[in-house]
Each structure stands twice: as C-alpha cells, then as structure tokens.
Write a protein that binds this ligand. Structure first.
Ligand code: FAD
Length: 203
C-alpha cells in the first residue's frame, strides 16, 4: 500500500514524502491492483463529471458481515468557518497565545475578517487552548492555502510539515531567529497581542 502520494510519475511510479516532508521518495508499485491514498493538497480537484472509468456494482454477499464491527453513526463538527484543509486562508495560533480565551480574542476576529479557517500548533492543542481538529502539522492536518498566517508559532519541523506548501506564508513572532522565518514570505517582528488587533482593525 502506498500512502500520502504527492505525485504520479507514470502508471507504476509515485512520489511520497518521508521524514516529515524533508525528503521525497520515488517508489514503484508493480501490483496489478494498487491501494493508494493521496495527499489532497498536492492535486487539483477532480472534475465531478466527464471521467471515462467504468463503475462496476459489486455484490458483497450475505457472508460479508462477520459481525465483528458495525456502523454506529457519524458526528460531524459543524462550524461557520471554512474547513481547515479546504480553506483559501488559514490563521493559526501557537503556544504564545497562552490561553483559549486569547484565541477567541486575538485569532478569531482576524480569521472572521479574512473569511479564514482557524488552525493551531500542537503546543496550543496540547495545552487545551483549542480542540485537536485544529492542529496543523505532521500529526495534524496538512494544509496548503493561498495564505497561511502563523501567529506566535516557532516553526518546528513537525509544524512546517503541515503548512510549508502554502502559497504565501506570513509569520508574526517577537523572535526574528524563530525557525518559521526560514519559510516565511513575510515576517512581522512584534508582539502578537499588539500586532493582531492592529492588523484586524486595519483590514
Ligand atoms: P513554541 O515552539 O513554544 O513557539 C512559540 C513561539 O511564539 C516562539 O517562536 C516565540 O518566539 C513566539 N512568541 C512568544 N511570545 C510571543 C509574543 N507575545 N508575540 C509574538 N511571538 C511570541 N507540532 C505541530 O504544530 N504540529 C504537529 O503536527 C506536531 N507533531 C509532532 C509530532 C511529533 C512526533 C513531535 C515530537 C512533535 C510534534 N509537534 C507538532 C510539536 C513541535 O515539535 C513543537 O513542539 C510545536 O510545534 C511548538 O508549538 P509552538 O510553535 O506553538 O510553540
């Protein structure tokens, strides 16, 4: 099985990231039936109509249910904001926010002004500031929006693995040496508690 495929070279050759995206492996799969998952941000959305593949109905038969598992239900988190992995703009906060209240006070108004999804670093999630479905990174969600704003996020390699393919990256940080400066297109050196309200009010 090939997971997290980011490019298709030919019918048997694929690319997939390894080491948190720091290296790209080119792999061959010569099986006649391939089981593959793809990184959706690496591909354009497929057109909903017009494909040429035939669709075959397959009967699973009565024996298929071994009674070992059953579908109980699904719960979808509802939010007025765009979904994190599909959003054009993402505003993420890090440990520097220091509390869930500060996410509400400083990150949410900017996200609302921009029609953006809200994201977070793992440090912010682990500290309980925001729920874990907002986590961006190697063990969170992979995003590649047109604009990614990282406020008070240092840019640890595991965070970068989830957002470094964003088209434009803006970092707001009071430490000019923070590793996120290496991937940021714009780096705003300053205190998030001053910069975020100012930015929000000027938009
Ligand atoms: P910090 O590294 O503490 O950075 C806070 C930043 O805020 C600093 O750069 C500081 O200069 C700045 N700052 C502080 N105060 C202010 C202020 N007032 N104004 C402006 N700037 C300020 N992390 C993820 O994010 N996603 C993952 O999926 C993930 N997966 C991981 C998987 C593994 C196996 C491991 C080991 C780690 C993983 N991590 C992940 C954790 C990662 O290594 C970092 O610990 C985490 O990303 C740090 O979060 P942070 O940048 O918010 O915090």
């Amino acid at each position: 099985m090939l997971t997290d495929v980011t490019a298709v070279i030919d019918a048997e050759t694929f690319e997939r990231p390894i080491y948190a995206g720091n290296a790209i492996a080119t792999v061959k799969d010569t099986e006649s039936k391939k089981i593959i998952t793809v990184r959706t941000t690496a591909f354009d959305a497929a057109p909903a109509e017009g494909g040429a593949a035939s669709i075959e109905q397959v009967s699973v038969g009565e024996d298929a249910d071994a009674g070992k598992s059953k579908f109980v239900g699904e719960e979808l988190a509802k939010s007025d904001r765009p979904e994190l992995t599909a959003a054009e703009i993402v505003v993420s906060g890090g440990r520097a926010l220091a509390s869930g209240e500060n996410f509400t006070k400083y990150i949410e108004p900017l996200a609302d002004k921009l029609g953006a999804a809200m994201g977070a670093s793992r440090a912010a999630v682990d500290a309980g500031y925001v729920p874990n479905d907002l986590q961006v990174g190697q063990t969170g969600k992979i995003v590649a929006p047109n604009l990614y704003i990282a406020a008070g996020i240092s840019g640890a390699i595991q965070h970068l693995a989830g957002m470094k393919d964003s088209k434009v990256i803006v970092a707001i940080n009071n430490d000019p040496e923070a590793p996120i400066s290496q991937v940021a297109d714009y780096f705003l050196e300053g205190d998030i508690f001053t910069v975020l309200p100012e930015l929000t009010s000027k938009l």
